[in-house]
Design a protein around this ligand. Sequence first.
Ligand code: NAD
Ligand code: ZN
Length: 253
Amino acid sequence: MSEGYVDKAVELAAKYLASSSFAIALTGAGVSAESGIPTFRGKGGLWERYDPEEVATAEALRRNPELVWKLHVELMKIAFSARPNPAHAALAELEEVGVLKCVVTQNIDDLHRVAGSKCVVELHGNIKWVRCTSCTYRAKVKKPPEEVPPKCPVCGSLLRPDVVFFGEPLPESALRKAYDLCVKADVMLVVGTSAVVMPAGMLPHVVKEGGGRVIEVNLEPSAISPIADITILGKAGEVMPKIVAHVKKLLNR
Ligand code: NAD
Ligand code: ZN
């Protein structure tokens, strides 16, 4: 994508956002790539050593809780040490200036909240939380467990990371919230997601069907590029701050 084209697309995206009445964002692993968190489908150490479908399922947790926990301790370490990048900061700022109403994320790394976003809907859970496989115990942890697999402090049963494993349904309240936001949205910013993981990948379609606009920021074309009004190919950490700077200019902020 030529620089001139990107500049024009950034300006148009900012115009759509600045004149929107209910803008939301949908983010995926790509928004955290520049924070050093490997994406699923790109090259990255973690997913070359573990087959996610083998170690991130409820069945695997039953069969081999230690192995599943070892992977999740690695993910927890990455999430605890990662810092938000300019893309997370830009989305938080867009909310701060009143344009963005909420971020719906497929990420489990908590970085939108760390960056200051207030309204965050986590479709796939949060790696910094654990919950009991038997009782209702659920808690945010300050660091990864030292011994795996960890046990519930209330009932002694196996704890699990509070994330959605492969083959599991999404938390109903998060999905409902995301859907309601999409129905209301007149603009959706889609950032760093291949949009192939369902049902998250269908959310931009809900916005389009309601007459809203979809603005995509991704490294490469994705499953939603065909329905996007604007596709900007580039790094989220570079493109997002440019969009937000333009929005602020348009709003005289
Ligand atoms: P994905 O790995 O399928 O796709 C990543 C997308 O991000 C691609 O479209 C790619 O072009 C784009 N991308 C990569 N680097 C980018 C950058 N610097 N700037 C802009 N775009 C960039 O990711 P997905 O669609 O989120 O699906 C993966 C699933 O795995 C999700 O369900 C998520 O829960 C989980 N996951 C989460 C994390 C995390 O929490 N950070 C990391 C890996 C996987
Ligand atoms: Zn318990």
